[in-house]
Design a protein around this ligand. Sequence first.
Ligand code: HEC
Length: 127
Amino acid sequence: MQMWRRLVAGSLLAITLLTAACGGSNEEPAEVPTGEVSFKKHVQPILLRNCVGCHGGSAGLWLDRYETVMEGTPRAPVIIPGDPDASELYLRITGQKQPAMPIGGRKLRPEQIETIRLWIAQGAKDN
Ligand code: HEC
């Protein structure tokens, strides 16, 4: 009995993970959060799923953790707290600066872009 339960739970987990891996960013349920945007809860999942494949250990820009996101590139920050329109990261995900990000991939959804814009506008806090 116990073992069956474990098997079923294991398969469900595998299916969930597979669906998440294959579904890509366009199947995530996403809404613009009301109130304060949280880096951990709202912004980081978007970056982990859509950006860290490339920006997770090379390319001079790591987007996996708050500290590295705020560090930016060796040349310059990519987030200017309070000012999305001066933030390289925001300009790239909106395509105002080329090459647009994710490079060669599907653009983030408008709700995801707005979530990141709000987080920067609210001061890009480590929350
Ligand atoms: C397929 C690989 C890939 C993916 C996925 C990707 N990037 Fe990039 N990104 C690059 C490369 C390569 C560059 C350098 C290109 C250039 O600026 O000439 C770059 C540059 C950048 C820069 C500019 C850094 C600088 O030098 O000023 C930012 C900001 C950025 N990416 C953010 C993101 C964000 C945010 C995401 C996810 C939404 C993302 N990238 C997804 C490959 C990728």
